[in-house]
Every structure is written in C-alpha cells, then in structure tokens.
Design a binder for this molecule. Structure first.
Ligand SMILES: [Zn+2]
Length: 440
C-alpha cells in the first residue's frame, strides 16, 4: 500500500497549558511537536527558540477526530462539496481523517476511481481514506472489483446511500471480504419496506401527511447482515444506526462475540421526528429522524459500548438541490463542523469517552490506527504521529451559515449556540487550524 501520508514541511509547535486526553486517560501537560511527530509530553515544557507557541489554556489536547462517514461529493457534485472544502470543514471540526463515501458520480467502484480520489486528496486538510463500493455502480447486481481496490489500501466497502438488497449477493460479498481481510459496511434499508418514505413512519408522518418509512426497514437488514456475518465469519460495520431494535440486535451480536461494529450520527441522538413539523428539508435525512424512544436507545448504545463510533454522515447538498418541498428534497445534512460540540453536550458522557467514540474507536474500525501502521487515533505520546485536535470544552459559539467552510449550507443547527469549540488542529504536525481559523 502506497504511503499517502503528508510530507509538507511542518514547523516545531508547542501546545502550552492544556489537558491531554487519550485512551490512557487525562493529565495536565504541554506537548511539543517536531517533524510531524510528538517529541515531548510534559508539564512545564520550555518551548525551543523559533517554535510556534499555541496556547491551549483551558483546552483538551486529544488525538484528531476520525469520521467514518463523509460525503465529499467529488467527483461529480462539486457544486455541493469538494475534497478541499470538505476537508477544510473537517479540520475546523477537529478531524484529521475522514472516510470518503463511494456514492459520487461516477461512484468509487474501481481502482481507477479510488486512485483519482487519493490524487485529489494529496494536499487536503485531512487524511482521506476511501470506502469502495461493494457492487458495480452501487447497483446491487454484480460485485465490484474489491480485490483491486483493497490492493490500493481500501479497507471498508459499502454501497452507502443504498443497502445491498439481495441477501444472496451480500453473502457472496461477505465471503469475498473475508478472503481479502476487509470490512463490509451496510446502509441498512430494505427498499420494499422503505418504499417512497420521506420520514419515519409514525404519529408525526400521519399528522403531517408525509409518506413514512418504518423502522423495520432498517431492522430487517441489520438482522439479515448479522446473520450473514455470523455464517461467513467476516466483519460487519453498521452505518448510521437509528432504531432501538437495531441497537438491541447489535448488543446481542457483540455478546455473542461476532465481529460487528456500529456507528451513530449526532443528528440521530440530538433530534427527533417531531423536528419535521415545519416541513423544513434541512431535517430530512436517511435513515430518518426517529421518535424519542429510538433516540434514547441510540444514546444508551453509545453509553454502554454497543455503538462504537459517532460518525457524521456529512451530506452536503447545494441550495438548488436541497431547497425543495420536503418529500422531494434529497436526504442529508452537514455534520463535520458541529459533531464535537453536539457529542460533548448531547450524551452526558465524560470527555474521554466522547473522544473514544470520535477518535480512536473509529480509527480502529477504519484501520487507520497505529496498531495497523496508521497515524490516527493514537495516544498522545512521544514518537506518535502528530494528528491532534485542541478544543475548549467550555467555549460557546453560534453556528452561522456564512462562516461554514463547507460549500453547502444544509444544516438545521444554524443559529444554535454550541458549547465546545475547536481551537487548533494539527495534521501530521502541520497546524491546519489555528485559533479556530483554517490556515489554508
Ligand atoms: Zn447511508
């Protein structure tokens, strides 16, 4: 696998006065970064002459965040987002790595398409890993050349945007994936049940007169794929889990010892289907926003370890595409710039648990962690790659559409005050965000 790690010259940086938090716990320490690596972690550090000193007073200094689910829209939908604008939004949100989803135009279903995204990402503001498609054209009919893509370092495969509808084809994909040593990630949605649903099927869809998709559309595919993962012994990652039944199925699968992991999005643990009452398409997502019982189950799953990661499902849509009547608008909302504060305030978990969900656990699922030779999610200790996120957990800020780095504006959090703000982000030692401003 080619080493795509950044080689930009990085200055010596001293992060002063913060609290370091990683998988080993928290401690007060200054951090010295040199040549892209962490050189020292100690209290009372004396910054060498000529180093860039960044204040981290009152801040948490943590491994950079890792997003398992980012739609960068390039190639094909550059009016909504590009690799450059999407990774700038990521860096501002504290992310140092994102997994680019394959539902671009054309889709990422071949070695050539994967190589193209790697090239687009060479100078990006975050490390970009690619999820390859499971089937050709994401059409669910024939397996894509997964071996070729795996040869380029692709470790996660998904037809995200759609679930693979055929159980027979999915079983073959699992057998193939097991041989390649890669993970299949499923967007769980049975099309015959979801049909033309524009929101969750329930009390609110009846009241609003909008077509609903039942929670069962997600549940049956989660159950089916856990069954296939058990039978084939291949790992399964479940994307954007959103129902109480699905969380329960994953809890059972883990108790059984199956290689099943799951993620949930900030919108699925902070918003409910009642938000749809104003017919604002900003609240249209897939899977749809769910009733409070499902939201509580997702939060409980994140708290007890059933759900391994918070993933954004950052899904930019230009205003021309998104500002349509609710039932016609495409699903999806932005996520990269607001995930950290929503997770810090929405889950009631200690900061190091939240960071596990946002950084080292997703790094491990993406196989970007140090245990697998990657530079993401590792402990903040000398010798490690300097992918770092420095944030003030008490700072408040208001989401302003005009200040978002994303090329799109489709977030329902505009005008909302957030608690927790990213101050600096270091990407392989390069300060890409300083004092909450992107540096390029
Ligand atoms: Zn999806």
């Amino acid at each position: 696998m080619a080493d795509r790690r950044r080689t930009r010259a990085a200055p010596t940086v001293a992060l002063m006065g913060g609290t370091v938090a990683d998988r080993h716990g928290t401690r007060r320490a200054d951090v010295l970064v040199r040549d892209g690596h962490i050189a020292a972690v100690e209290a009372g550090l004396d910054p060498p002459t000529g180093s860039l000193v960044l204040e981290a007073d009152g801040c948490v200094v943590a491994p950079g965040l890792v997003d398992l689910h980012t739609h960068l829209r390039e190639p094909g939908r550059e009016e909504s987002e590009t690799v450059e604008t999407g990774t700038r939004a990521a860096a501002l949100g504290g992310y140092t790595a994102v997994m680019a989803m394959p539902n671009t135009q054309p889709p990422l279903d071949s070695a050539e398409a994967v190589r193209n995204v790697y090239e687009l990402a060479e100078d990006a503001l975050a490390e970009v890993a690619v999820a390859g498609a499971i089937t050709v054209d994401r059409a669910g009919e024939r397996l894509a050349p997964m071996a070729e893509m795996a040869g380029l370092g692709v470790r996660l495969f998904t037809d995200d945007g759609c679930g693979v509808q055929s159980a027979g084809l999915m079983r073959r994909a699992f057998e193939y994936a097991r041989g390649l040593g890669v993970t299949l990630a499923q967007h769980c949605e049975d099309r015959t049940l979801a049909a033309a649903g524009a929101m969750h099927e329930g009390e609110w869809s009846s009241r609003l007169g909008l077509p609903g998709a039942p929670g069962a559309a997600e549940d049956v595919m989660v159950a089916r794929d856990i069954t296939l993962a058990r039978e084939t012994g291949a790992p399964l990652h479940l994307l954007h889990l959103s129902t109480a039944v699905a969380v329960g199925l994953v809890r059972q699968a883990k108790a059984e010892g199956l290689a099943v992991t799951a993620e949930a999005t900030p919108h699925h643990f902070t918003l409910t289907d009642a938000c749809t009452a104003g017919y604002d398409p900003a609240f249209k997502v897939n899977p749809p926003l769910r009733p409070p019982d499902d939201v509580d189950a997702v939060k409980a799953g994140l708290a007890d370890g059933t759900v391994d990661a918070i993933a954004t499902d950052h899904a930019p849509h230009s205003p021309e595409l998104k500002d349509l009547p609710f039932d016609q608008a495409p699903p999806g909302m932005l996520g990269l710039e607001t995930a950290l504060p929503l997770a810090l305030s929405g889950l009631g978990l200690p900061v190091e648990r939240v960071l596990g969900l946002l950084s080292w656990q997703p790094a491990s699922i993406a196989r970007l962690d140090p245990e697998r030779g990657g530079g993401q999610g590792g402990p903040v200790s000398p010798g490690a790659h300097a992918n770092l996120c420095v944030f003030d957990p008490a700072a408040t800020w208001t989401v302003e559409a005009a200040r978002l780095a994303s090329r799109s504006r489709n977030t329902p959090y505009v005008g909302r005050t957030m608690t927790g703000r990213v101050r600096h982000t270091l990407l392989y030692g390069e300060p890409v965000v300083v004092e909450a401003e992107a540096q390029r």
